[in-house]
Write a protein that binds this ligand. Structure first.
Ligand code: ATP
Length: 317
């Protein structure tokens, strides 16, 4: 089977995982990852993110289901599937006594790729590791070790790169370098899948977002669509005079009082064609309620995420 450019680069069907103790960590996951996208898998602690990527990378066996990665079934053609994948794990499992250069050279060889010192030099330079290439991993700082993990994952020129919680315990400089690199890789056609519970990261970086909760994939959507579909806007009116309660004639509007009656907050759905703001302002005028300021705000991906993981599945969009 050859991979073509429009077929998903990863296709998971009916993936289940029950750990030895009987705990079901993944329930019937169906997921397609598009070639060349940045996909963020969001979910709270213990949701099943690491389990899912470990299965795709062949580190953990699925209890049921199938996965095709870059045209190769991961169970039947493990070596070819794995060679297409680079994984940056959360922790470093590498020979601490080896030098940086030996580690990345060895990693590349493991996947049967011919030596390419110029390519490895570029990766190490991009990750500010070139000056450290002769040092033993043991002697590196935590941040430098993380950089080595990224270099190792890229050493065999994978078409798919997984980053498991890339920002956990990482300083601002490394995060910047990492995101610069991720964008450059995407520009060259690499598909990037990251797991995170930092919602801003998904908001900044991802083209599409999958939300996983208690082993279920509850939403997969374009980031923009997700934010438009599930987003709400709010209009906060600072009143000239505080009011004790919302008049009965305004009860049909979605209004709430804040700041001891000084602020009136109107929530409206971004999906509707008309916001109703003009009519609301007219109705307020008729009630003699005057305001001195008004501000609008939009729900962030964080608000959407919180509402998704706290809602029963049936009611989700
Ligand atoms: N080897 C294992 N044996 C038994 N249960 C496990 C094993 N590995 C993970 N689990 C359980 O499976 C669930 C999902 O874990 P997983 O590490 O995939 O979650 P996660 O979404 O990556 O969480 P985090 O954000 O904390 O890394 C958790 O309840 C975890 O305790």
């Amino acid at each position: 089977m050859t991979a073509n450019s429009t077929a998903p680069i990863i296709s998971a069907r009916g993936v289940n995982k029950t750990y030895a103790g009987g705990f079901q960590a993944l329930k019937n996951i169906d997921l397609d990852i598009k070639r060349g996208e940045i996909f963020a898998l969001l979910g709270p602690n213990g949701a099943g993110k690491t389990t899912l990527i470990s299965i795709i990378c062949g580190i953990v066996n699925a209890s049921a289901g199938s996965i095709v990665a870059d045209g190769h079934d991961i169970a039947r053609n493990y070596r070819a599937a794995r060679a297409a994948i680079g994984l940056v794990p959360q922790e470093l499992h590498t020979d601490a006594f080896e030098s940086v250069w030996a580690t990345v050279t060895f990693s590349r060889g493991l996947f049967g790729k011919p030596p390419n010192p110029a390519y490895l030099e570029k990766i190490l330079r991009d990750l500010s590791l070139w000056d450290k290439r002769g040092e033993k991993i043991l002697a590196l700082s935590g941040g430098m070790k993380r950089r080595v993990l990224i270099a190792k994952a890229l050493s065999h020129e994978p078409s798919i790169l997984f980053l498991d919680e890339p920002s956990a315990g990482v300083d601002v400089e490394l995060r910047h370098d990492m995101w610069r690199m991720v964008r450059a890789l995407r520009a060259q056609g690499t598909t990037i899948i990251l797991t995170t519970h930092y919602i801003e990261e998904a908001e900044d970086m991802a083209d599409r977002i999958g939300v996983i909760n208690k082993g279920e994939l509850i939403v997969v959507e374009d980031k923009e669509v997700l934010m438009r579909k599930l987003g709400k806007k709010q209009l906060a009116l600072t009143l000239r005079q505080p009011i004790a309660h919302i008049p009965d004639t305004l009860k049909t509007w979605s209004l709430a009082l804040a700041d001891a009656g000084q602020t009136l907050v109107y929530s409206f759905d971004t999906r509707t064609e008309e916001t109703g703001i003009a009519e609301l302002l007219r109705a307020l005028g008729e009630q003699g309620i005057e305001f001195k300021d008004l501000r609008s705000s939009e729900s962030s991906l964080e608000d959407i995420f919180v509402s998704l993981v706290h809602q029963p599945k049936e009611t989700q969009a």
